[in-house]
Design a protein around this ligand. Structure first.
Ligand code: B12
Ligand code: SF4
Length: 496
C-alpha cells in the first residue's frame, strides 16, 4: 500500500487534514499525519533545527509517494518555509499544499518549492492526484489543481466540491499512525486522544462579509451552484461525536467551531434531541449579533450549551459599518447580549478588535460606553487587528493612505512572533491606552464601579486606571480557573 504523509502546522486537532485522511484511506492509501508543532495563540515558536531533522527522519523512514502540507493561515509561513526548504534539499517526493491560505495564494505557496496546490475542499481531488502520481497518468485535468508546466503556473477551475458535505465522511478521530513533533521531541500516536475538549465543525462557510476575514473571499471562489454555507446533517455530526466520546477517554467538553452555529429550520430541534440522547456533555458555540435567538439558546442550554462566544469587534458605528463591514446596529448588539443573558447561558465571551490604524479616540470611547451598557457577567477578549492576506481591509488600508503597499506587505508576511505580538499588544497614545484599559475593567463589578469615576478625564486619573487594570488582570486569571472548574463540574453533574 502506498503512503501519503500529511503535515498540519500548529494544530493537533486540524480538522481539514483529518477529513483528508478519511478520504485517502477510503481510496486505499496508508496515511500518516504529522502534527508539526502545537497551537499557541500567544507565543508560537518557529520550528527548531532539531524539529526539522526529526521530521526529515520520519519521511526517510516512511518513504511516502506524496507529501501534503496544510497551509491554513499566513501567520506561520516561516515554519512552512523551513519545512519546504528541508524537503527540497533532502527529497525528490511530490508535494501538494491546500488549506485556506494556499487556496487564496497558490502561487506564493508554490514559490516555496511546492509542486501542486489544491484549492478549496481537498477530499476528492487529493485522491485523484495521488492516483495520477501512483499510476503515472495525467494530472492536468484534476479540478482545483494548480500545477507548473514549462515554468508557468496553471490554475484549474475549482470542482469536485460537494454541497452535501456529509458525503466526505467523518474526520479521522484516531489517526493511528500520527506523529506529534514539538519541543524537539516526537510522540507517536494521535495527540488528540488525550484531549478534554473535542473540536467539531457542523457546517462550512459563513454568510457575512467582514472586511478583516477571508471567509467572504473564500466564498467567492466556490464554483457556481455551491452554497456559501453548507451544513452537515445532525446524524453525521452526532455520529462523529459518538466516535469522539469512544476514542477520547478524558473528553468532557465539545467545541463547535462553526463560524455561525447551524440555523436551518428544524436542525436545532433535531440536534437537541440527539445530542441529549447520545452525547450529553457541556459545549460551546460561536455566534453573531444578527443570529442570536433567545429561544434557540434556551433549547441548546437545556442540553449543555455552556458558553457563547460572539464577535462584536467595535462599539463605534463608523468602524463597524464603514471599516469592518459589519452591519449590525448598537441595538442589535445590546439585544443579542440581553438574549444570551436571558437564556441564562453560564458564560459569554465577546471579541473586540481595538487600537488599529482606522480607529480614533472617539471610537474607543464608543466601545467603552457600549460595553458599559452590557448586563454584568461577561468575558472580554480584547485584541488588535491582523492584516491578513486575502481580506478586503488590506486594500482599504492602502487606498485610504493608512499604509503603503510595502508597509502592508511587511506586516502581512512578518515573522510569526511579530504577527502574533501585533495581535495582542498595540502601541497607541496614552489616552487611547487608558480607554482600552477602562473597557477591560468593565468586566468586573468592583473595577467597573471604580473606573466609571475616571470617565470625565482618564489622563488625570491615569495612575488609578493603571492600578485598576493590573487588579482586573489578576481577577481575569482567577476567573479562568473558576470557569474551568465550573465546566468540569457541569460535566460531572451531566454524567450522573
Ligand atoms: C475553525 C477555524 C479555526 C479553528 C481550527 C479548529 C481545528 N480543529 O482545526 C481554530 C480556532 C483553532 C483556528 C485557529 C486559527 N485560525 Co482559523 N479558521 C477556522 C475556520 C473558521 C474554519 C476552518 C475549518 O476547520 N474548516 C473546515 C475544514 C474541514 O476545512 P479546511 O480546514 O479548510 O480544510 C479543507 C481544505 O482547506 C483542504 N485542505 C486543508 N489542508 C489541506 C492540505 C492539503 C495537502 C490539501 C490538498 C488540501 C487541504 O481540504 C480540507 C478538507 O476539505 C477558517 C475559515 C475558513 N473558512 O477556512 C479560519 C481561518 C483559516 N483561520 C484563520 C486564522 C488567522 C487562524 C489563526 C492564525 C488565528 C490566531 N490568531 O491564532 C489560528 C491558526 C491555527 C492554525 N494552526 O492553523 C484565517 C486564516 C487567514 C490567513 N490569511 O491567515 C481564516 C481563513 C479565518 C480568517 N480570519 O480569515 N481557526
Ligand atoms: S462573521 Fe466571523 S467568520 Fe463570518 S465573515 Fe465575519 S469574521 Fe468571518
Amino acid at each position: 500500500m502506498k503512503t501519503v504523509i500529511l503535515i498540519a502546522f500548529y494544530n493537533k486537532k486540524a480538522l481539514g487534514v483529518r477529513y483528508l485522511q478519511t478520504a485517502l484511506e477510503n481510496a486505499g492509501y496508508r496515511t500518516i499525519i504529522v502534527f508539526f508543532k502545537d497551537f499557541n495563540s500567544k507565543h508560537p515558536q518557529p520550528a527548531s533545527e532539531r524539529e526539522l531533522q526529526i521530521l526529515k527522519g520520519e519521511i526517510e523512514r516512511e518513504n511516502p509517494m506524496l507529501i501534503g502540507l496544510s497551509v491554513m493561515s499566513s501567520m506561520y509561513l516561516d515554519t512552512v518555509r523551513s519545512v519546504t526548504d528541508m524537503l527540497a534539499e533532502s527529497f525528490d517526493i511530490p508535494t501538494v499544499a491546500g488549506g485556506a491560505f494556499a487556496s487564496m495564494f497558490p502561487e506564493r505557496v508554490m514559490n516555496f518549492g511546492i509542486d501542486y496546490v489544491i484549492r478549496g475542499d481537498g477530499e476528492i481531488n487529493i485522491c485523484l492526484l495521488a492516483d495520477a502520481i501512483k499510476n503515472n497518468t495525467d494530472y492536468e485535468n484534476i479540478p482545483s489543481l494548480c500545477f507548473r508546466r514549462g515554468g508557468e503556473i496553471f490554475k484549474n477551475e475549482m470542482g469536485n466540491i460537494l454541497n452535501s458535505i456529509d458525503d466526505y465522511g467523518l474526520p479521522t478521530i484516531n489517526s493511528r499512525e500520527a506523529r506529534f513533533i514539538e519541543h524537539d521531541k516526537i510522540i507517536y500516536g494521535d495527540p488528540q486522544l488525550s484531549t478534554r475538549s473535542y473540536e467539531v465543525i457542523a457546517s462550512r462557510g459563513c454568510p457575512f462579509t467582514c472586511s478583516y476575514c477571508c471567509c467572504n473571499n473564500l466564498r467567492k471562489m466556490l464554483p457556481r451552484g455551491i452554497k456559501g454555507v453548507r451544513t452537515r446533517s445532525v446524524k453525521s455530526v452526532i455520529e462523529e461525536l459518538i466516535e469522539a466520546k469512544k476514542q477520547c477517554g478524558k473528553l468532557s467538553f465539545i467545541h463547535f467551531y462553526d463560524e455561525i452555529f447551524p440555523n436551518l429550520p428544524g436542525w436545532v430541534d433535531e440536534f437537541v434531541e440527539e445530542y441529549k440522547k447520545h452525547i450529553n456533555m457541556p459545549f460551546t458555540i460561536w455566534s453573531h449579533p444578527k443570529m442570536v435567538d433567545e429561544e434557540v439558546l434556551r433549547k441548546l442550554k437545556s442540553v449543555g450549551l455552556t458558553e457563547v462566544i460572539m464577535g462584536i469587534q467595535s462599539g463605534s458605528d463608523r468602524i463597524r459599518s464603514d471599516i469592518f463591514h459589519r452591519y449590525e446596529t448598537r441595538d442589535d448588539i445590546i439585544n443579542s447580549v440581553n438574549a444570551i443573558k436571558d437564556a441564562k447561558i453560564f458564560w459569554c465571551s465577546f471579541d473586540f478588535m481595538l487600537m488599529h490604524p482606522f480607529e480614533e479616540t472617539a471610537d474607543l470611547k464608543d466601545t467603552y460606553y457600549l460595553v458599559k451598557d452590557f448586563r454584568s457577567g461577561f468575558e472580554l477578549q480584547l485584541h488588535g487587528l491582523n492584516f491578513l492576506p486575502g481580506t478586503d481591509i488590506c486594500d482599504m488600508a492602502v487606498n485610504s493612505g493608512k499604509l503603503t503597499s510595502d508597509e502592508l506587505e511587511k506586516i502581512m508576511y512578518a515573522p510569526m512572533n511579530e504577527q502574533f505580538d501585533a495581535y495582542w499588544h498595540q502601541n497607541n497614545s496614552e489616552e487611547n491606552d487608558l480607554w482600552y484599559k477602562m473597557t477591560f475593567c468593565l468586566q468586573f463589578t468592583c473595577t467597573k464601579r471604580a473606573v466609571t469615576r475616571c470617565e470625565a478625564d482618564p489622563v488625570k486619573h491615569a495612575k488609578k486606571i493603571n492600578r485598576l487594570y493590573s487588579f482586573a488582570k489578576r481577577l481575569e486569571h482567577a476567573r479562568y480557573f473558576y470557569k474551568k472548574g465550573r465546566i468540569m463540574l457541569t460535566n460531572l453533574l451531566m454524567r450522573k
